[in-house]
Design a binder for this molecule. Structure first.
Ligand code: AMP
Ligand code: MG
Length: 327
């Protein structure tokens, strides 16, 4: 029999969930990490095994946070930013994260740009002083976001930026963390896992669950449903971090071609098997819009776009979305 759970989440709402068979033991834990709440549910093993599994999974994510955080001056990422144009040697995790993120930047022709830091900083999105910047300052910040000048040397496992560059891990950090944490859970042979990482979901299991996609302007309205066994759902939204000036909403996802927050896009929710891919694509497609053919590179993936068109909120499904229980 299907169990039904209702919970309101940052980006999505899970309305019905068959994630863990009733006969199995299951365990759930929630902690604050990477600037948000991470809940992990595990099932299908003894309570002691599950407890150890949660310890290990959370340890991996906390450790990664201490390496990738751009809010922690002791992290490897902060050191790379601070020491530019000097060369910095980093852990295998930070190196792999940067390799994957740079590959995504090239693949998306720079719609996803991990060097966007100077522009995000200028708009004030890292703190509380958010405002439309001066045009000359914006031009200068934009001259510093050339991700092709990031040098990764795999022989020495070192990273080097050009003077003034700032890496921003925000668009892909959670997706990468989900993969690392699940790698540990697979090694521990945990058969059913469910993560809610501040609104990005990742689920691995034999049976199916239904995820309801929250309407971007109302927590209690369902915009669409997805049925899945294993995979991840990530949302990039204009409601997560934004300010309003002169009646215009400016949200935290910036088009690297203009240096300005993407206009008229409200949210993009992506389903992909791999959580890194879901996280990367939701940000890149937020910039590129529904005309992009990026989804074609990931068979089985799908996206739901919500955008303003002439004062109406319009939803568009792309890729596999219409094959699932789409809108
Ligand atoms: P997400 O919620 O995964 O879409 O990530 C959004 C975060 O990524 C923002 O808060 C910024 O820190 C950063 N960001 C904004 N625009 C971009 C972009 N075009 N490419 C890469 N990172 C970005
Ligand atoms: Mg993302």
């Amino acid at each position: 029999m299907r169990r039904v759970a209702v919970s309101l989440l940052a980006g999505l709402t899970v309305i019905s969930c068959t994630d863990l068979p009733v006969s199995d033991s299951s365990l759930k834990r929630t902690e604050y990490v990477m600037g948000t709440m991470l809940s992990i549910s595990v099932g299908g093993r003894s309570p002691a095994d599950l407890d150890r599994a949660l310890d290990s999974a959370f340890a991996v994510v906390h450790d990664l946070d201490s390496k990738l955080s751009n809010y922690d001056s002791a992290s490897e990422l902060s050191r790379i930013n601070r020491e530019a144009p000097g060369e910095v040697s980093v852990s295998p995790e930070t190196f792999e994260f940067l390799e994957l993120t740079l590959a995504a930047a090239h693949e998306s022709s720079g719609a996803l740009n991990p060097a966007i830091g100077p522009v995000i900083k200028l708009w004030g999105f890292y703190g509380d002083d958010m405002k439309v910047p001066d045009a000359n300052d914006l031009d200068f910040a934009l001259s510093l976001v050339d991700y092709s000048s990031i040098v990764l040397d795999s022989a020495t496992r070192t990273v080097r930026l050009s003077e003034g560059m700032l890496l921003d891990p925000g668009a892909t950090g959670k997706g990468y963390a989900l993969n690392l944490a699940d790698k540990v859970l697979r090694q521990m042979e945990i058969p059913t896992v469910f993560f809610d990482f501040g609104g990005q979901f990742y689920r691995r299991g034999a049976d199916t669950v239904d995820l309801a996609i929250r309407h971007p302007r109302s927590d209690s309205v369902v915009a669409s449903l997805i049925r899945m066994a294993t995979g991840s759902v990530a949302t990039s939204g204009d409601y997560e971090r934004y300010f309003e000036q002169d009646g215009v909403r400016y949200a935290h996802i910036v088009d690297p071609r203009t240096g300005r927050p993407v206009p008229d896009r409200v949210s993009v929710t992506v389903f992909a098997e791999d959580p890194f891919v879901a996280d990367y694509l939701s940000t890149a497609l937020f910039v590129l819009g529904s005309e992009s053919d990026l989804l074609n590179l990931y068979p089985g993936s799908g996206a739901l776009f919500a955008s303003w068109q002439d004062d109406s909120l319009v939803f568009l499904a792309r890729g596999s979305w219409s094959d699932l229980e789409g809108p």
